[in-house]
Ligand binder design. Structure first.
Ligand code: ZN
Length: 496
């Protein structure tokens, strides 16, 4: 295999007249009204100062604007908006093939089983080091960590303070920027490194909107003035998003099986575990509200729960002798711990079922995870980790127009996700992305452009969201801040 991953594709470049290019560039300045549904009113005069990313200081080049806007460039499905299938991308942090596929075969994950029958499924090969923000940004950009600029969770300021990577640290456009520039409507909910939110052609609910990922819901609402920056775009959607957050209804038939579960290993802090369940419910409620209000062409939703509970519960499915005595459960605790972990997968499957509702068989449904899990003994009360080759594979499910039914997905890797989504959406793939579309999207030539890097990215001012300290504290508790200097280069691995 050469330096590029996945060579089953080729490039074909789009061309157009220079007059056309100029008029298209002008059109692009008028977005995000173009191509939008009637209910779509994303740009409702935010009171917050807008900050342009460095890359976006200049208007989009004529070439890129033209390629995105001119009919006739890209596969046929790009040419008729009515026939354009919608796209739903569900990111499940840390979902492991070791748990997913046996559970699915045993009939315990009916929604994923349905996706597998309708499309392709299998392991998704990730890249080392297995740091979530790094990989989720690669999934969203198709680029390596040194290129996209988010190598880890935090970095050190010149005065030695640890600070979170923000969206303003991302140096290249993500799928939501490219799709917005092409006039597609986009919804993004809780994706890694999306604070401050970006003024996409749609709704971006940033990852700092869900502080209860790390702390209590109550504190968020009692302490709102701590947030100086907009947590989502457009700010006019904030009341509706908060209403969805507070809604007491459960999106699935599952009820919290963690908080009052006294059979769980005695050292576990059950309210912390339970908080993950509650947060995943909230994220899905907000995403369903976004779907109902805007029906975006492309929706991207990220669910952190499986990763978080796996850090605490994974040891219950590993040999006990791998662990020191203080984290060795007795037989009953072990059974309850394994059951809770499996229940969390089943709960997530039910959430996927809710998100998929309303999508037709032609629409692309893509479920991906950034890595799996392995026995982890580095920290006292955590029993699961993701550090080595044992955890390098996540999961992938994809179904939609043109995707073969009931077929193995692989080999497929995280670099192929962004180009696959662009190709499915009928947009040119960028030649500065690491790979081309995954084989299940199709073989042969794809339309391409040199790069999307000159697409302008507008962001809200990077004021304090008020949740930084809590997020850092939570990441520390998960053992994510141990390493001081993150490696720059991605360690690429052969296909599984
Ligand atoms: Zn992760």
């Amino acid at each position: 295999m050469g330096s590029r991953v996945g060579m089953a594709w080729g490039w074909a470049t789009c061309r157009g007249s220079s007059n056309r290019m100029i008029s298209m560039e002008k059109d692009m300045e008028e977005r995000p009204g173009r191509g939008a549904a009637r209910t779509w009113s994303p740009r409702t005069t935010p009171r917050i100062t807008r900050a342009r990313a460095i890359r976006g200081a200049l208007a989009m080049t004529a070439t890129v604007a033209m390629l995105l806007a001119v009919p006739g460039c890209g596969p046929d499905r790009a040419n008729s908006d009515k026939a354009q299938p919608r796209i739903l991308i569900i990111g499940i942090d840390g979902a492991s093939p070791r748990v997913t596929f046996p559970m699915m075969k045993a009939g315990k994950l009916p929604h994923l089983a349905k996706l597998a029958a309708q499309g392709v499924s299998g392991p998704l090969r990730s890249i080392l080091p297995l740091y979530s923000p790094r990989i989720w940004n690669t999934i969203a950009t198709g680029r390596t960590a040194p290129e996209h600029g988010i190598p880890a969770f935090v970095h050190e300021t010149p005065d030695g303070e640890r600070t979170l990577y923000l969206s303003s640290d991302r140096r290249v456009p993500a799928l939501w920027n490219i799709l917005s520039a092409a006039g597609r409507t986009v919804g993004v909910v809780n994706w890694w490194t999306t604070y401050p939110p970006e003024e996409i052609n749609g709704v971006m609910v940033s990852d700092h909107f869900f502080p209860e990922q790390i702390t209590t819901f109550k504190k968020f609402f009692k302490d709102r003035k701590a947030s100086e920056g907009a947590l989502l775009h457009p700010v006019s959607w904030a009341p509706r998003a908060e209403e969805r957050l507070l809604d007491p209804t459960h999106p699935t038939d599952f009820r919290d099986f963690l908080l009052d579960n006294e059979a769980l290993p005695h050292w576990l802090v059950r309210p912390t575990l339970s908080q993950q369940f509650v947060t995943d419910e909230k994220i899905v409620r907000v995403a369903l509200g976004l779907q109902a209000d805007y029906r975006p062409d492309v929706l991207m939703v990220y669910l952190p729960g499986i990763d978080r509970v796996s850090h605490w519960l994974w040891g219950n499915i590993e040999p006990a002798e791998l662990y020191p005595p203080n984290v060795q459960p007795n037989d009953d605790e072990r059974r309850a711990g394994a059951e809770a972990l499996h229940n969390y997968y089943a709960f997530t499957d039910a959430l996927i079922g809710r998100l998929v509702e309303g999508y037709g068989p032609e629409d692309l449904i893509l479920v991906v995870s950034d890595h799996g899990f392995e026995a982890g003994v580095g920290l006292t009360v955590l029993t699961g980790s993701h550090n080595t080759l044992k955890a390098v594979d996540g999961i992938l499910f994809a179904r939609g127009r043109g995707i073969p039914a009931d077929w193995p997905a692989g080999p497929v890797n995280v670099y192929e996700i962004a180009p696959s989504i662009l190709a499915f959406a009928g947009l040119p793939v960028a030649r500065d992305m690491v790979a081309g579309p995954a084989p299940f999207i199709g073989q042969g030539e794809f339309e391409s452009v040199a790069s999307y890097d000159e697409i302008p990215i507008e962001r809200y001012a990077p004021a304090k969201s008020g949740n930084e300290e809590d997020i850092i504290e939570h990441l520390r508790a998960l053992g994510y801040l141990e390493e001081k200097t993150p490696p720059q280069a991605d360690e690429r691995l052969p296909a599984p």
